[in-house]
Design a protein around this ligand. Structure first.
Ligand code: AMP
Length: 385
């Protein structure tokens, strides 16, 4: 069980290779757009295509949930795919995701499915403004979303959504999910891992901040145990129901002391990148351990840690490396606006030290590339002092 094929050859496959190498795990990736098996770090073409990739692998996993269903089905038939294609597909279709949440009694925002103008009108009458509309398929990082705040906007939004549905070329039929906007206090996520034998381990909840719909900062620090247990219970219920194997992330809205599930990601997740420096075992290694049926590593927080995404930029000042416990991870990608290019993990021996290090980082980094970081670092520092 030491040859792993990852469907998708982006940064998540790259970080799996980095984490798997010390365990002698041989991680290759399928670049789904060229149908070539590549070495994720380099990323050189090493051999063949999907068929040879499947034949050469002991286990297969995915780094994204929008993998074409024919590829997933072919991998599943080999008996090597973890998690199952069902779990991966659920992460890529909000209708299936909502059905899973309902079947596990996992609290989530009130919602209705919309395929027509009549269903759009019915959804508005059953929910109250503001309402968020999300495409069922192919929605990520806030894409394919509309927000209805007043009835005066309804006609325009419907026209836009109707055009979007008509232009859809997905093989599975596209639809819209109308969801009640939740007045949340904060957004958090839980990254957890489940092994074939049902063993489960979860990381501490992470607080997430978004800029223009894209995750910009995640912070992992000691957490209120009531909320942590609530999240862990949801993780156990969902992962048991799916007979899940590997890392799964659950994004939540926190309202007071209650968590509502926003969405699930059947894979290693951006909000878990802090585990590389802040946890006993990082999410990438634990994912590999789970799918290779090895004992899970401890998910304990070793020190408060924040992760800052580097978006649309391929260089940062070298002074960042002078900050104690700041670690830079580049993904070796060509620069493009809005693209996740790398991330910085920064730690502190306690939350005050973390806040001070975050402030130093914000003072060095360019505010155009990191627009909300200075405010975030200052308010985090204020909370600790
Ligand atoms: P999503 O793609 O579902 O993660 O949505 C992107 C972002 O939109 C989330 O991180 C939230 O900030 C916001 N959002 C999504 N759904 C809701 C909701 N039901 N209520 C309030 N905010 C939401």
């Amino acid at each position: 069980m030491n040859k792993v094929l990852v469907l998708g050859a982006g940064q998540l496959a790259r970080m799996m290779e980095l984490a798997g190498t010390p365990l002698n795990l041989d991680v290759k990736a399928l670049d789904v757009s060229s149908n070539k098996v590549v070495q994720p770090i380099s990323p050189e073409h090493v051999y063949g295509d999907l068929k040879t990739g499947i034949a050469n692998a002991d286990v297969i996993t995915a780094e994204f949930e929008h993998v074409a269903h024919n590829i997933l089905n072919e991998c599943e038939q080999s008996g090597k795919l973890f998690p199952t294609s069902e779990a991966i597909k659920i992460g890529g279709d909000r209708r299936l995701e909502k059905a899973l949440l309902e079947s596990c009694n996992a609290a989530n925002a009130k919602h209705h499915f919309v395929n027509s103008k009549e269903e759009f009108t019915a959804a508005i009458s059953k929910l109250s403004l503001p309402i968020i509309f999300k495409s069922a398929l192919e929605g990520y990082d806030g894409k394919g979303q509309w927000r209805l705040k007043s009835m005066a906007e309804a006609e325009n939004i419907w026209q836009d959504m109707a055009d979007f549905l008509a232009a859809s070329t997905t093989t599975v039929k596209q639809a819209i999910v109308a969801e009640q906007m939740v007045p949340f206090d904060r957004e958090v996520s839980l990254v957890g891992v489940r092994r074939v034998n049902g063993d489960v381990a979860v990381y501490p909840l992470t607080e997430n901040h978004h800029t223009d719909g894209i995750l910009s900062v995640s912070v992992a620090a000691p957490i209120n145990s009531v909320i942590q247990e609530q999240a862990a219970t949801v993780f156990k219920a969902l992962s048991d129901e799916l007979n899940y194997v590997g890392i799964m992330a659950i994004e939540f809205f926190q309202v007071g002391n209650q968590l509502l599930v926003n969405e699930i990601a059947p894979r290693v997740h951006n909000s878990g990148h802090w585990t590389q420096q802040g946890a006993d075992t990082c999410q990438f290694e634990n994912h590999l351990r789970a799918i290779c049926d090895l004992p899970l590593g401890s998910t304990a927080l070793i020190r408060p840690t924040a992760m800052i995404n580097i978006i649309g930029e391929d260089s940062i000042p070298n002074e960042v490396l002078e900050i104690p416990s700041a670690t830079v991870h580049w993904y070796n990608k060509s620069k493009r606006t809005g693209r996740k290019m790398g991330h910085i993990n920064v730690c502190g021996e306690n939350e005050l030290a973390l806040a001070q290090n975050l402030k130093s980082l914000a003072d060095i980094l360019c505010p155009t590339t990191f627009p909300d970081l200075a405010d975030f670092a200052q308010s985090y520092l204020n909370k600790q002092s």
